[in-house]
Write a protein of this length. Structure first.
Length: 307
């Protein structure tokens, strides 16, 4: 099938008539009929049967549409990408972030960067830490922000600060929020656990193992924000990075520091040969600014609660 065949077949299948397909494609009905007949001649079988004035898709058409739909979607994506590339004036950055960074830090950093550089456009993708290096090597992103600094060659790393975990519970469950809660309190407690949610959660699990602490994990979540939503439903307590906890703060939740502190470094990773090196560096500095501001706000909030 040629691309024009795919376009016409998709339109006729979706709309169920030659006239509606022609209207959707902004062409004449005879043109649609001609292309459709040519497609059927090329394939050697009918795609539609006319019954009481309506077009009914044949079984081969139903089977073919699954493949055609995928190709048509990709063609549409290609068209949009080509148009977007033409509209770019000040540069374009593809940013990959871990889910927690994507919820709290990256949106603020992108908004701040575009305030200063309104012609720069962005594409943002969330991924797991184990995918970061592949995304960079395969040129699917220009810069990645996460909790694990890469040690691979041909990559440059920039330290941006650190993120600590906080204990999130129903309001006032552990008293004054300005006081850190000993990790030992979690032993045997109903807990929303975290799995595959990144290096920060791994540090926490390793700390529990080191101290011989075993919370009663009644639900396991793959993201911090789902874990927080479960706490709001009264399922148990959980931990989250301080940035996500602040972004999802609610009157019915309390956040406590942990003793000992559980934290991990935040870093930016990019290929040494990245074409948009100067733009990447400026964005990284904006992310650093947002992280420092968020950390300062968190400290000020804790200080306010203790006064």
């Amino acid at each position: 099938m040629r691309l024009r065949h795919i376009e016409v077949f998709h339109a006729v299948y979706e709309h169920g008539s030659i006239s509606e397909a022609a209207r959707a494609l902004n062409v004449s009905q005879p043109s649609v009929s001609k292309v459709l007949r040519h497609a059927e001649d090329q394939l050697g079988y009918e795609l539609f049967q006319r019954t009481k004035g309506r077009l009914i898709a044949t079984e081969p058409a139903h089977e073919l549409f699954a493949e055609v739909s995928e190709v048509y979607t990709r063609l549409g994506r290609l068209t949009r990408t080509a148009k977007n590339i033409g509209n770019r004036k000040g540069g374009h950055l593809r940013v990959a972030v871990l889910p927690s960074i994507g919820l709290a830090i990256a949106p603020r950093a992108i908004a701040l960067f575009r305030e200063r550089n309104p012609d720069v456009t962005f594409e943002i993708t969330t991924l797991h830490s184990r995918e970061v290096e592949r995304f960079l090597y395969e040129r699917e992103c220009d810069v990645a922000i996460g909790y694990r600094i890469s040690r691979q060659v041909h990559m440059r790393q920039t330290a941006l600060g650190s993120a600590g975990l906080v204990l999130v519970s129903p309001r006032g469950a552990f008293g004054d929020e300005s006081r850190a809660v000993p990790v030992e309190v979690l032993d045997g407690l109903d807990f929303v656990g975290l799995r595959d949610s990144g290096p920060l959660a791994d540090v926490f699990v390793n700390e529990l193992t080191r101290l011989g602490i075993a919370p009663r994990e009644i639900v396991t979540s793959h993201t911090y924000y789902t874990a927080l939503a479960l706490v709001r439903q009264g399922v148990g307590v959980t931990v989250a990075d301080a940035f996500t906890a602040a972004a999802m703060a609610a009157p019915d939740l309390s956040c406590y520091g942990l003793a000992p502190d559980v934290s991990a470094p935040i870093g930016a990773v990019a290929l040494e040969s990245a074409a948009a090196g100067e733009l990447i560096d400026r964005f990284i500095e904006t992310v650093r600014e947002v992280i420092e501001d968020a950390a300062g706000h968190h400290e000020a909030t804790l200080a306010g609660r203790s006064s």
